[in-house]
Design a protein around this ligand. Sequence first.
Ligand code: FMN
Ligand code: SF4
Length: 427
Amino acid sequence: MSEKILTKRLENPGYGGTIEEHLATGGYQAIAKALKEHTPASLIELVRRSGLRGRGGAGFPTGVKWGFVPKDPGLTKYLVCNADESEPGTFKDLDLIMRDPHQLLEGILLASYAIGCQTAYIYIRGEFIAGATILERAIKDAATHGFLGKDILGSGFSVEIHPHRGAGAYICGEETALLESLEGKRGLPRLKPPFPATAGLYRLPTVVNNVETLCNLPHIVLRGPEWFSSIGTPKSTGTRIFSVSGHVRRPGNYELPIDVPMRELIFEHAGGMRDGRRLKAVIPGGSSVPVLTEQYLDTRMDFESLAKAGSMAGSGGVIVMDESTCMVRTGEVVARFYHHESCGQCTQCREGTAWLHKTLRRIEEGRGRKADLDLLLDICENMKGKTICPLSDAAAMPIESYLKYFGDEFEQHIVERACPFASTDGS
Ligand SMILES: Cc1cc2nc3c(=O)[nH]c(=O)nc-3n(C[C@H](O)[C@H](O)[C@H](O)COP(=O)(O)O)c2cc1C
Ligand code: SF4
């Protein structure tokens, strides 16, 4: 069994996440150490050396991102914790918030100190009402104990943290749409550049980091960048919390070295396939990434290995499907989601997601035509690399992969004029 980092405290079933329990298990020691031993610049360098990469989806190196923030002390800077957790198949950030909120707050303090921010926000998904309440309570307790507010631990460093609830739009997980929403506007992604590090919230320098990314920081500060980078591969370091769902015996969150083989994750940790059925397909990084098949089971889950296999590590949401699953129906459900969530600014995305959904629905309902397969590929091609944000690509790439691996199944729907899985529970 490998060592847990982010979920170590949670191995104790009695751990309730209060500030007293957190302090008794080493909580807030990292910020005390950082304030004493590090300048903001040396803290950025420490995180860069750890190799930590963002856990929100794109896997961008955290220390490098922080390094883009202008150093001018007269300029207001913001840190925004992305707790929108909107990617289907992903459910680890809420767990981290609900069960160990102070770990996240300490991560936010460290990131704020590093970039010179005095006001940090936690943008939390609207539906996570209990999570927001827990955060509010934790923020009050941290302030009472002197870890938040003015002159923290007598260091001269001051920061406030404000939780902000979203309103349930998937697109508000995309960092620039999130910033628009935080400013009180409609959550429409912005054209980049400029990137948030130079022009983010209120057009001021802003770092947006995912919950899990930030939770790693106290451990990196306390145990050192070399320890952190000794886990995983040279380019993908540390552990990752994989949210495993679908047709497995034990769905749930599993914190494992980031390069764990897919087979070990599914068959050892998540208990293997339920009802003795055979594995058919795995979406390894949330609904936005291309699907993989049984032949990729020995692929490791780190960023590079999954990219080499033709997919992506994405948000760490691992959706496992067995042989009873209809891949046309899966495509229809995924396309419906992206059609619903497209913000509509870009024609390729607004129209493309609608056409994908419409075409997949008619194939699934037995009204498909042979030409629909080429039509789907053509729509996908026209949706990629041309839009303001990556949602359009995220809608197209999975559908292309379903056609690549399960094209026969799509043809069967068209030839037989019905879904061959209609009599199973593969819906
Ligand atoms: C459509 C879309 C939805 C996204 N949703 C989330 C999300 O729910 N949570 C998240 O942390 N990142 C999400 N991201 C990624 C963010 O834009 C951003 O890259 C991330 O929050 C940066 O944090 P990190 O560097 O710590 O990963 C999404 C991106 C896109 C394009
Ligand atoms: S790609 Fe889609 S979601 Fe992104 S900005 Fe364009 S229309 Fe909106």
